[in-house]
Design a protein around this ligand. Structure first.
Ligand SMILES: [Zn+2]
Length: 447
């Protein structure tokens, strides 16, 4: 097809999508809060609240999720015709927790969650889907939503203390990042950290070259005391967003399970992605696809942590490391291809999902000094190698292949490169596969 026809066809499709957006949606953001309850084998969903907030910050030309990422996805359908009006993939804390020993012991727990989407003009059906052991999406919950019901909470959002850190255009055409702070008594300290860490993100490719596709806002929520909860250190704080170390029993894992708290705090500014800066020095962070990223802002590794956790949040990247202690039990079933764009089970090397980035003649699996890495990890602690050093020593260290050891699993799962920001905290760059996954996600939000 001549290029001008392809360009015209794309413009025509984009115009069609924008018309569909105006026909089916009001332009505001609707948020459905619900409780996700269960054990490793049982799962229940129950409605908490439906709310309408400020403008929806998403891309009206991309109503349907074409990325295929996430352990869960939701859809809005027209109950009469069954037509899908909107869809998004996401992951959740529950989705990680259900793989732990506690969940296996049939201990019931509840995690508050929410899905957000443009407010529909008419009655819609909300459907939640979850991947089964073979990674196929199966329905797990559905709910009819009548936007005209008087149960829909339309109370105004409390206005926050906003600072524009970077503005490149309207929200509907940009990726809107919102930095929140937890455990900050003073706004000045939060602003300094937000400015410094936003800059750290845009120093790394592909964010550096795509800087103009982003808006960044900071939103300050005052805390009574400095810092957040660190249960293993005996510190418990009632911080405004509820962030805490020791999430899922891992000292360096920072999450908040107070879903309402951070979403209510975020509601006054338009955002596609929320980063929670935690006013702490101890190494730690967390990031879940399409939920949020949390980072200890004063750790000596805060820049690396921010970029790494943002990779989880923004592009659904999986952890490429495998030598650190985690609590997940068989996250991926043997013989099944993981959905993460940078992890493969290499079931069929001829159809490797990043095969287009592999040079002809590269051995698959790709040899590397696995034993040496494992020895060094045991003696120096986790993630202790930098790309420049390994690139000098190992012949395949600079190329894309399939390197065994990824996603907390030493055998049977493979990562695209010897090292990457998703592999080592000393590595300053994303591997080419992660870079491409991030570029695709930026395109999804702006094109
Ligand atoms: Zn990578």
């Amino acid at each position: 097809m001549p290029i001008w026809i392809a360009v015209a066809a794309m413009a025509w499709m984009a115009a069609g999508m924008e018309a569909a957006y105006r026909r089916d949606f009001t332009g505001a953001l609707m948020r459905v809060d619900y409780f996700h309850t269960g054990t490793a084998s049982k799962e229940r969903f129950s409605l908490d609240r439906i709310r309408v907030e400020g403008p929806w910050a998403g891309n009206p030309r991309r109503l349907l999720d074409s990325t295929g990422l996430g352990k869960y996805r939701f859809r809005l359908t027209d109950p009469e015709s069954g037509r899908v009006l909107f869809s998004r993939g996401f992951s959740s804390i529950y989705g990680e927790w259900e793989t732990t020993e506690e969940a296996r012991q049939e201990m019931w727990r509840t995690f508050p969650e929410a899905v957000c989407f443009p407010e529909p003009r008419r009655i819609v059906r909300l459907e939640l889907h979850k991947r089964d052991r073979q990674q196929a999406f199966q329905p797990v919950w559905k709910l009819l939503i009548d936007p005209r019901s008087n149960e829909v909470d339309r109370s105004p959002t409390t206005s926050g203390n906003e600072t524009t850190l970077m503005r490149n255009g309207p929200s509907s055409q940009k990726v809107d990042l919102l930095f929140l702070g937890d455990g900050y008594p003073e706004e000045a300290g939060f602003k300094r950290d937000a400015e410094r860490l936003a800059e750290a993100l845009f120093r790394v490719e592909p964010f550096a070259s795509r800087r103009a596709d982003f808006n960044v806002t900071g939103l300050f929520t005052p805390a009574e005391a400095a810092g957040v909860s660190r249960p293993t250190a005996g510190v418990v704080r009632n911080s405004p967003l509820g962030a805490s170390y020791d999430a899922l029993g891992l000292r360096r894992y920072i999450l908040t399970t107070d879903d309402r708290a951070w979403r209510d705090a975020a509601a006054s500014a338009p955002s596609d992605f929320v980063v929670i800066l935690v006013n702490e020095e101890e190494y730690g962070g967390g990031g879940i696809f399409n939920l949020y990223a949390a980072v200890a802002a004063d750790s000596p590794y805060s820049s690396h942590l921010l970029v790494h956790e943002f990779g989880h949040l923004f592009a659904g990247l999986g952890d490429e490391y495998y030598t650190s202690t985690v609590v997940y039990l068989d996250l991926v079933a043997p013989g099944v291809e993981p959905w993460e764009p940078n992890i493969t089970a290499l079931l069929d090397p001829a159809r490797l999902k990043w095969g287009h980035l592999v040079q002809e003649g590269t051995p698959l699996p790709t040899p590397w000094d696995k034993q040496g890495h494992e020895l060094r990890s045991r003696s120096n602690g986790e993630n202790s190698e930098a790309g420049p050093t390994v690139r000098e020593k190992e012949p395949h260290a600079g190329i894309v292949g399939a390197f065994e050891g990824a996603s907390y699993t030493p055998t049977g799962l493979y990562r695209p490169a010897r090292t990457c920001i998703m592999f080592s905290r000393k590595e300053p760059e994303f591997c080419p596969v992660c870079r491409e996954a991030i570029e695709k996600m930026i395109d999804f939000h702006v094109k």
